[in-house]
Ligand binder design. Structure first.
Ligand SMILES: N[C@@H](CCC(=O)N[C@@H](CS)C(=O)NCC(=O)O)C(=O)O
Length: 303
């Protein structure tokens, strides 16, 4: 449970209760990055107190220069050490905080299986999220409105000039790392040519296929990989599937939210986390998980 949130222009301090970490833990990153929020979920699950320092997306080097060679977020510091890459950070957290709930299981085999599932989450669910930013899912006005909302949320953390915020929905479409995630098999420059994009599968078909694959990955267990306890893979998937919806940013039909089996899993993971496990202040939350009992599909319905 988050019991304290203080915001300054560049930093948001979020402290879990009761404080369990004597070490100073700081999460650097864009407030709206799925990878940054994924790490926030790891920290919340492990009940590690941390401070979030919002990095300005226009001038990231102003804050990242102290991490040599690092251009991407998230970066996590623990006392005087630092690490980048969300999954590597998860592994590091288990090493640094062994007495806290584990993210990667107990054996090397479990760890390997969890990391493979996490890779699926990155290649599939994060790719889907970034694809909606680039191809607007055939709903340009909705995409523009969400892009403006995204910019105004970012503005709450770090100053962004008005004219840049105004063009934010368009700017996002051309950010190289977003296009690379959205169209992984198309060379970056060619992603600017709509006719060569690797979009044989519509977004709707992609989402339906991902839900089916996800149910397969659940393996009948309460958690991914048929596990009895939450792992790094569940937290990665949960953060990607819910964070942008919590903020009213994701749009379009979502098979994950329409089926009992996946919604029941979302509730199981949510129960292990505070109500707001993101780096956002509570005032931005404008959505909650659907109620399982209101869904009509059977658990076995794979459409
Ligand atoms: N594999 C990295 C990916 C991180 C990443 O791509 N972060 C984006 C923000 S969402 C970034 O900082 N991109 C800047 C760039 O690629 O130059 C992770 O899991 O943390």
């Amino acid at each position: 449970m988050v019991d304290q949130t203080t915001t300054t222009s560049t930093a948001t301090a979020r402290t879990t209760s009761p404080p369990t970490a004597a070490k100073a833990v700081v999460l650097y990153g864009y407030a709206t990055s799925p990878f940054v929020n994924k790490v926030a979920h790891f920290l919340q699950y492990k009940k590690i107190s941390f401070q979030h320092v919002a990095v300005n997306p226009i001038f990231p080097f102003l804050q990242l220069h102290r991490f040599p060679g690092q251009r991407k977020v998230p970066v996590l510091t623990i006392d005087d050490d630092w690490k980048a890459d969300s999954t590597s950070i998860g592994i590091w957290l288990d090493e640094q905080f062994p007495a806290h709930p584990k993210l990667l299981g107990d054996t090397p085999q479990e760890t390997q299986a969890i990391l493979a599932l996490d890779e699926w989450v990155t290649n599939e669910l994060i790719a889907e999220l970034f694809r909606t930013v680039v191809d607007w899912n055939g709903r340009p006005w909705e995409a523009i409105e969400k892009g403006w909302r995204l910019a105004s949320i970012l503005q709450d953390f770090t100053p962004i000039p008005f004219f840049i915020r105004w063009f934010w929905p368009i700017i996002l479409r051309f950010v190289p790392f977003i296009r690379r995630f959205a169209y992984p098999t198309t060379p970056l420059l060619l992603t600017l040519v709509p006719s060569v994009l690797d979009t044989n599968e519509s977004l709707e078909d992609m989402r339906a296929r991902q839900r089916q694959e996800f149910v397969h990955h659940l393996g009948g267990g309460p958690y991914l990989g048929g596990r009895k306890t939450v792992s790094l893979a569940d937290l990665s998937a949960f953060s990607v599937l819910t964070t942008f919806r919590f903020w009213g940013l994701h749009f379009g039909p979502a098979p994950f939210l329409q089926h009992k089996d996946t919604v029941a899993w979302l509730h199981r993971v949510q129960a292990q986390l505070p109500n707001n496990p993101t780096v956002m202040p509570d005032r931005f939350m404008e959505w909650s998980l659907p109620c399982v009992s209101k869904l009509t599909q059977d658990a076995g319905d794979s459409s």
